[in-house]
Design a protein around this ligand. Structure first.
Ligand SMILES: [Zn+2]
Length: 155
């Protein structure tokens, strides 16, 4: 994932300070790329606004949402939690479907990419991933062309 430790810590601190009740239990951190952080932040803001509104009316109170886990699975965002109501369920569904259409690295429009493990990426980050996989696993055609180049005119 393309973010620095400082960037992650700043994001985590901002989220914990804004939503102490939502992140009151161990949940394993934000185990997704930085492209999805704004989606998670908007989701948490909207969930808490909804809860605060409902709980300002004693006859309409709903349980506080507490996050269990936030992760990437099969190229999609997974947001596991307890509490809330059907409206919160809908917000989470919407955030997950929004994430599945936006690059996990940078947040630009993206699609599901197969090969290796499935990820949601924009064209630019998919190209970078392809390049990294060639470097990591070796590319026979590439190695052959380099070898051919080294042999030069002797062929
Ligand atoms: Zn991207």
């Amino acid at each position: 994932m393309s973010y620095t430790e400082d960037q992650y810590n700043a994001f985590e601190q901002r989220m914990h300070e804004a939503h102490p009740e939502m992140f009151a239990k161990p949940y394993g951190g934000f185990a997704v790329g930085a492209g999805w952080w704004p989606i998670i932040e908007a989701l948490c803001n909207n969930i808490q606004s909804h809860i605060n509104f409902r709980n300002s009316k004693p006859d309409k109170a709903i349980p506080q949402v507490v996050v269990h886990q936030i992760k990437e699975k099969f190229g999609g965002l997974r947001f596991y939690y307890e509490g809330g109501d059907a409206t919160v369920d809908g917000m989470v569904r919407m955030a997950e479907s929004w994430a599945s259409r936006h690059c996990e690295e940078c947040g630009k429009p993206g699609t599901s990419r197969s090969g290796g493990w499935i990820r949601t990426l924009c064209d630019e980050h998919e190209a970078k991933r392809q390049a990294q996989m060639k470097t990591r696993f070796g590319d026979e055609d590439l190695q052959k062309s380099v070898l051919d180049g080294m042999l030069g005119e002797e062929n």
